[in-house]
Design a protein around this ligand. Structure first.
Ligand code: NAP
Length: 290
């Protein structure tokens, strides 16, 4: 397989797209961004942007001429026409399976096309939960503003997390070794943690006066199923943690990895003494001790 040089990113200015484009450029790839005609996104300097109508195969064909690879990090709720985040071949949870139907169909299609044309390959990246979502103030069941924690089941169920920059590095690694990564899923994890481990860190770092509410995963599933029946896409009753819990129960616990990603900067919404970097190093410490 020839080396990949020209990479087009769809969703380049989104949550994952921004660190991804940066990592690709730093690794020496020539990056082009595809964006909707009426997109409100502001592209960063130095990125070539092509506005396209995604419903037009002709427009897409013209925009992708000369490109070696396409990375789709388009928003989940827009089309579902991408595979980023979870191995849809092995989803054991019926609720998640129902929600991910479009992703499942996409990989069915890619598998069929890559069998017909060996020059077309695909790679699915199972990047576990974006740890950065905790920075927004309500990720993983923790409301940083009100200091309220919603703990699913015992709170000791392990789940994987990865920072956005870590996921971006994984994409760079995939594109740098197309022979090794073609036509398969790759699971990437920054570390393994639990809600109770995260709560212990938050208590120490923010003053301790957290209130907790316990909720059964089965209750979250019930709420999620009702929401999906009403057409709400997020399956969880309490942020992403019910997904975390379902995932944790579906997979065996495994030892935490010895390295994690390198993120910098301060977490908005937290006391000034708690930086993102401190939080990460604390998380790594408890994860390694457990
Ligand atoms: N594992 C996890 O914890 C986790 C969490 C969140 C997301 N994910 C996965 O990571 C991937 C990227 O998610 P993200 O949060 O980075 O996405 P995002 O920021 O919500 O959106 C990415 C881009 O999608 C495009 N977009 C938005 N609405 C659209 C629409 N209606 N039609 C077409 N394009 C639209 C926009 O690009 P333009 O404005 O340039 O068109 C936007 O910048 C997704 O596959 C998602 O499933 C995983």
């Amino acid at each position: 397989m020839s080396a990949i040089k020209n990479v087009t990113v769809v969703g380049a200015f989104g949550t994952l797209g921004v660190p991804l484009v940066k990592a690709l450029q730093e690794a020496g790839f020539h990056v082009t961004a595809l964006s909707r005609a009426g997109s409100p996104s502001t592209p960063p300097a130095g990125v070539e942007v092509k506005k396209v109508d995604y419903a037009s195969p002709e427009a897409l064909q013209a925009a992708l001429a000369g490109q070696d690879a396409l990375v789709s990090v388009i928003t989940t709720t827009a089309t579902g026409e991408h595979e980023f985040g979870i191995n849809t071949r092995t989803v054991p949870h019926p609720g998640l399976k129902a929600m991910l139907q479009s992703k499942i169909k996409l990989v069915d299609y890619l598998q069929e096309k890559s069998r017909e044309n060996p020059n077309l390959t695909w790679t699915g990246i199972c990047n576990s939960f974006f740890f950065d979502s905790i920075k927004r103030g309500s990720g993983f069941g923790f409301d940083l503003k009100t200091k309220k924690a919603t703990i699913i089941d015992s709170g000791d169920e392990p789940f994987d997390v990865a920072t956005l920059s870590f996921v971006a590095k994984a994409v760079v690694a995939v594109l740098s070794s197309p022979d090794k990564t073609a036509n398969r899923y790759l699971a990437v994890s920054g570390t393994v943690t639990t809600q109770n481990q995260l709560l212990a860190i938050l208590r120490e770092e923010t003053g301790g006066d957290w209130t907790t509410e316990n909720v059964a995963a089965t209750k979250c599933e019930e709420i999620g199923n009702e929401k999906m029946a009403r057409g709400t896409t997020r399956p969880s009753g309490t942020s992403c943690t019910s997904c975390s819990s379902a995932t944790a129960r579906a997979r065996p616990s495994r030892p935490p990895p010895t390295s994690s990603s390198a993120s910098r900067g301060r977490m908005p919404g937290l006391p000034s003494k708690l930086s993102w970097q401190v939080y990460r190093s604390r998380l790594r410490k408890v994860a390694l001790l457990s």
